[in-house]
Design a protein around this ligand. Structure first.
Ligand SMILES: C[S@@+](CC[C@H](N)C(=O)[O-])C[C@H]1O[C@@H](n2cnc3c(N)ncnc32)[C@H](O)[C@@H]1O
Length: 460
């Protein structure tokens, strides 16, 4: 006879002395609850920023161990009542030997990785959070409700994210826009006329729209649609959008500037994979490509936005007085050095490195302003530079840095070098960063966020 018995094994499940043989396999490591002290900020065992304990402080490990012992006691107390005299019990619990360090265990690695990814997701909201207040202020100040939304009351307020990726930042940004528009309607005494919202998420066709759709916030108060295609071209009908935004996407170039891969050009970037401000021709080629791409972006948005339509752009960049190397450049330098090391030991050919450059550019505010002014379709309502909350790397950040850099550049690197070289490259990258961190010479800074708030001023 087979029966199902619902209930926790930390309590009584069977009548007294009614079972002759018991078996539990790989179940007792699940605790009845999280030790309370690891979640309390004021406790020395607070396990901040981690989802598991083996690599945490000894107070955290102790807290988990005590909970495990308490749970074992309750388990055996309950079983001792249920087991008939002379009954047998087999218990299998995954463990490690006294001599193995937790970091040698695969499952610890998997859990640590999960924790890092979650922390990444928290930290990567950096740009959205850093600019939230300014963005809301600008919407409230610049939104012309009557011209934009009440002149066609049956049309929803149409919002689009350019370069949305697969979430979750895009949802946070959409929410900021919706809330600010709602605040504006309330403060103007027009809340009863608040329109419906429709948010379009756009990205390249290769974007993982399935993940994006699957993670849409269930409580959202807007209609949605995914729009595939490059933001350097037109993606919507003319005068269709009321609000556009783009976070951390416009620094992706449509292509690597041709000159930097051309052996005959003075801008040939031999043995390097990105630009340095000391190499004038190379950095100028990158800057020109960025300006060209931004111009195509602005021309396309100028067609799609209604007159008076608003646009917020947040672009990872570099303050006017700072050089790129002093901010975001170091991690690219480390990556480049790893590739050159791999050339030395024959893992990758020199030609492969010479024919590869990263298609990203970190502009300065004055470059951004010059292109917007030359385009002429938008007025600059506000321009600001925000430092990234994640400014310097610490030793514990090395893994996060590596996984983040890999998540961002895996596609372009793997396409050029293949998966074997890419795996090896990021392993080496992590190792080099850890070495630098251990010798305390690690000072990786992240780019600032250039924030610009624009209003569509003329019709094309
Ligand atoms: C670093 S992610 C930023 C994603 C998201 N906005 C955020 O803040 O988390 C950059 C995104 O820009 C997208 N992207 C790059 N070039 C693009 C282009 N030409 N057209 C549309 N999307 C593009 C990439 O596919 C990627 O999803």
């Amino acid at each position: 006879m087979a029966v199902g018995v619902p209930g926790s094994f930390h309590s009584w499940l069977f009548p007294k002395e009614s079972i002759n043989f018991m078996h539990s396999s790989f179940a007792l490591r699940w605790l009845s609850k999280l030790p309370e002290e690891v979640t309390r900020e004021d406790s020395p065992a607070w396990n901040k920023g981690r989802v598991t304990c083996p690599l945490s402080s000894c107070q955290v490990v102790k807290a988990f161990a005590s909970q495990f012992l308490r749970d074992m006691e309750t388990f055996f107390r309950a079983r001792s009542v249920e087991l008939a005299a002379g009954g047998l019990m087999v218990v299998l619990i995954p463990c490690r030997t006294e001599r193995t360090h937790p970091s040698e265990s695969t499952s610890v690695h998997v859990l640590e990785c999960l924790g890092n990814i979650l922390m990444d997701m928290v930290k990567e909201r950096g740009f959205v959070d850093a600019t939230k207040e300014t963005m809301s202020e600008e919407i409230v100040e610049n939104l012309d409700i009557n011209q934009l939304l009440l002149s066609h009351p049956l049309i929803p307020c149409r919002v689009a994210d350019f370069g949305c990726s697969s979430g979750p930042n895009t949802f946070a940004a959409a929410q900021i826009v919706l809330e600010a528009v709602t605040v504006k309607f309330k403060s103007d005494g027009l809340i009863s006329q608040l329109p419906e919202f429709q948010v379009f998420f756009t990205d390249l066709v290769s974007n993982d729209f399935n993940t994006l759709f699957a993670s849409l916030p269930p409580e959202r108060q807007y209609y949605t649609a995914g729009v595939p295609g490059s933001f350097h071209s037109i993606l919507f009908p003319k005068h269709f959008l009321h609000f556009a935004y783009s976070y951390a996407a416009l620094n992706w170039l449509s292509e690597v500037p041709k000159q930097v891969l051309d052996k005959k050009s003075p801008a040939w970037n031999k043995g390097r994979i990105y630009y340095k401000s000391t190499q004038k021709e190379v950095s100028e080629a990158y800057s020109a490509q960025f300006a060209k791409d931004l111009m195509s972006f602005l021309n396309a948005r100028a067609q799609e936005l209604v007159r008076g339509g608003l646009m917020a752009l947040v672009i990872p960049g570099v303050p006017d007085i700072t050089s790129f190397e002093m901010t975001a450049g170091l991690k690219f330098e480390v990556l480049e050095n790893c590739l050159l090391d791999m050339v030395k030991i024959g893992l990758v050919s020199e030609e492969m490195v010479d024919s590869f450059n990263l298609p990203v550019y970190f502009p300065k505010p004055k470059e951004l302003e010059a292109v917007i002014k030359r385009n002429g379709c938008f007025s600059i309502e506000r321009m600001d530079t925000f430092s990234n909350p994640r400014k310097h790397a610490t030793i514990s950040d090395v893994k996060i840095f590596t996984s983040h850099l890999r998540a961002v550049f895996d596609g372009v690197i793997e396409k050029h070098f293949g998966s074997k070289v890419t795996n090896c490259l990021f392993e080496l990258f992590s190792k080099k960063l850890s070495e630098a961190a251990n010798s305390s010479s690690l000072d990786i800074q992240t780019p600032s966020a250039l924030f610009v708030f624009l209003k569509r001023v003329q019709l094309v």
